[in-house]
Design a binder for this molecule. Structure first.
Ligand code: XIL
Length: 338
């Protein structure tokens, strides 16, 4: 790892010296939590259900991270699966946890073609626009002042840099992106508003498209404040070329960048060599962010192999997180935080 300015670590030490530090259970991992070795936000996707039912999961999350991203609880399909029937329970629980434990929240996600209720997809253009505006306004206002950053649009590009053919794109056209950022900003001017996508870690046609769009939006005065690079990697495909330079060029547009969903898949079963390669990928992801001044956050898509979306979605791959299923730190964790 590369050491960043240890601002938070110094604060922790000062508190300890002042004799006001509360007793902490012996850590299963390094004695300094991940969140305290950097001045970036360090986060994980979380599920409200595990937060409520698994004290050990909750304890590691609380100790190691200072940002949480609801894994599914703020998606349209959760919030309003049936028109007019809202379920805020999971999202509320995560925001409550975050506030009680002084963690920030990354809201995820307002406009996405996936986990989108069928009733929304079926709407005619005019109504879709009104409903979309309502959805954004209602959700963003509900958590006004409690969300540091919102993933406003998620995965709007194809690999070749053309727009993905979603219902929003089909019915509302290119301009829907500027609109949704303006609506989100009106609902909570204090949140930093992001465009988020996968396979945009390195320089390629898709990250070029993101770069060009952000440049255009900024010129037009659209309130976009950040680019989220998801960083769902697999050790099978090589580490993304030009990662750090790509983060840097995005920030040259005047926006922040964040690693928003980091995980590194391993073809199962994992062994020592694969875990070592995984460690080097995580370490490169981490160091690249530390090296870019406006890379403000490093969030993993779940922290434990006990609960990860990977085995369900990528057959033959797994073990993608920093901690194993028993919540023991893996080589990837100790590489970053020795
Ligand atoms: C995934 C969740 O982890 C799963 O639980 C769910 O079944 C599907 O969505 N990119 C994103 C995330 O932006 O919202 C996705 O989360 C993973 C890929």
């Amino acid at each position: 790892m590369v050491h960043a300015i240890p601002v938070k670590r110094a604060l922790v030490a000062m508190v300890a010296l002042a004799g006001v530090a509360v007793w902490q259970a012996p850590a299963a991992s390094a004695s300094v939590p991940l969140k305290d070795i950097t001045h970036r936000y360090v986060g994980s996707a979380v599920a409200a259900s595990y937060l409520a039912s698994e004290p050990d999961y909750r304890a590691v999350l609380t100790r190691e991270f200072d940002n949480v991203t609801p894994e599914n609880e703020m998606k349209w399909g959760t919030i309003e699966a049936v028109r007019g029937q809202y379920d805020w329970s999971g999202a509320d629980a995560i925001v409550r946890y975050a506030q009680a434990h002084h963690k920030t929240v990354r809201g995820h996600t307002l406009v996405w073609h996936s986990q989108l209720p069928d009733w929304v997809a079926a709407l005619p253009a005019g109504e879709l626009r009104r409903v979309l505006r309502d959805h954004i306004t209602t959700e963003v206002k509900r958590y006004k002042g409690k969300i540091r950053a919102w993933d406003v649009v998620n995965e709007i590009f194809n690999e070749d840099g053309t727009r993905r053919d979603t219902v929003f794109q089909q019915k509302l056209g290119d301009g829907f992106v500027a609109d949704v950022f303006r609506w989100a900003h009106a609902a909570d001017p204090s949140a930093t508003l992001y465009i988020n996508d996968y396979n945009i870690e390195g320089k390629n046609p898709k990250s070029d498209a993101v770069y060009d769009l952000v440049k255009t939006l900024r010129r037009q005065g659209v309130p976009i404040g950040g680019v989220g690079v998801q960083a769902h990697l697999s050790i099978q495909y090589g580490f993304p070329e030009g990662y750090q330079a790509n983060l840097k060029r995005l920030t040259s547009l005047g926006v922040d960048v964040a690693v928003t969903e980091a995980d590194v898949r391993i073809p199962t079963p994992p062994d020592a060599a694969k875990l070592d390669t995984q460690a080097s990928y995580f370490d490169q992801l981490w160091d690249g962010c530390q090296a870019v001044r406006k890379c403000v956050e490093f969030t993993a898509w779940g922290f434990t192999d006990r609960h990860s979306w990977v085995p369900d979605v990528f057959p033959g791959e797994g073990a993608a997180c920093l901690f194993d299923a028993d919540l023991k730190p893996k080589p990837a964790y100790t590489r970053i935080n020795p």
